[in-house]
Design a protein around this ligand. Structure first.
Ligand code: PXP
Length: 241
């Protein structure tokens, strides 16, 4: 059965929209744990658009389940990871202008830089996962690089609008998953997964961890909205004695 890593980046996105202190992703991590999250995932981006260095430091102190840090292969990010020591680092591609992580890390093209980052993380005792597209060359190269896990990018599957395209991407993910497992890699997946599209991905043989962020945060805003309005209404005009 698959486990759930809850990505709390977008709680921080909401906070950063006002550069204030709420909502605090540290609180969200605690609530996610209470809800049954098996891991907490954060992406410390080079432009610090959502998660801040302080968040990562505090989360390292407070998260009781697995802490998974997503980061670029850039030496600055690797140095932060080696100091903070999350349980796992997932290496991801990063371009400042993108809205979110578009496409997997091309470990074939960036093999030398990826290998250097992996070496430093392993020396610090941190397990490494590579966020890659589900293509055989990327998976084979990941296995050669000696990482513990791969996270297959589910964006093409999630974005497919035609049934045939969705089925084809699901087959790519299932075949990629089988290849990864036969190479001894732990199989994770994520990106664009929602309450509606997650089931076939969770059912892929040997699926270990699904990292899901936007859909959970989006739902949390709406599921909690009525209660939040009710509480403010009660403060503004409390029931008269
Ligand atoms: N996994 C990785 C490696 C990611 O970069 C992201 C997005 O930050 C996710 C999973 C979660 O994607 P989403 O927010 O679409 O659920």
């Amino acid at each position: 059965m698959a486990t759930l890593g809850v990505n709390i980046d977008h709680v921080a996105t909401l906070r950063q929209a006002r550069r204030t202190v709420e909502p605090d992703p540290v609180w969200a991590a605690a609530l996610a744990e209470l809800g049954g999250a098996d891991a907490i995932t954060v992406h410390l981006r080079e432009d610090r658009r959502h998660i801040q260095d302080r968040d990562l430091e505090v989360l390292r102190q407070t998260v009781q389940v697995k802490l998974n840090l997503e980061g670029a292969i850039a030496p600055e990010m690797v140095a932060i990871a080696c100091r903070v020591k999350p349980d796992q680092v997932t290496l991801v591609p990063e371009r400042r202008e993108e809205i979110t992580t578009e496409g997997g890390l091309d470990v074939v093209t960036h093999r030398a830089a990826t290998a250097a980052a992996i070496r430093r993380l392993h020396d610090a005792g941190i397990a490494v996962s590579l966020f890659i597209d589900p293509s055989p060359p990327q998976i084979e190269c990941s296995a050669e690089l000696g990482v513990e896990a791969v996270e297959l990018h589910t964006g093409t599957y999630a974005n497919a609008t035609a049934d045939g395209d969705r089925a084809a991407s699901l087959l790519d993910l299932a075949r990629g998953g089988a290849l990864a497992r036969s190479a001894g890699l732990t199989l994770n997946a994520g990106h664009g997964l929602t309450y509606r599209n997650v089931t076939p991905i969770a059912r892929i043989d040997g699926m270990h961890e699904l990292n899901i962020g936007h859909s959970i945060v989006a739902r949390a805003v709406l599921v909690g909205f009525t209660q939040a309005v009710r509480e403010m209404r009660a403060i503004i005009s409390p029931a008269q004695p």
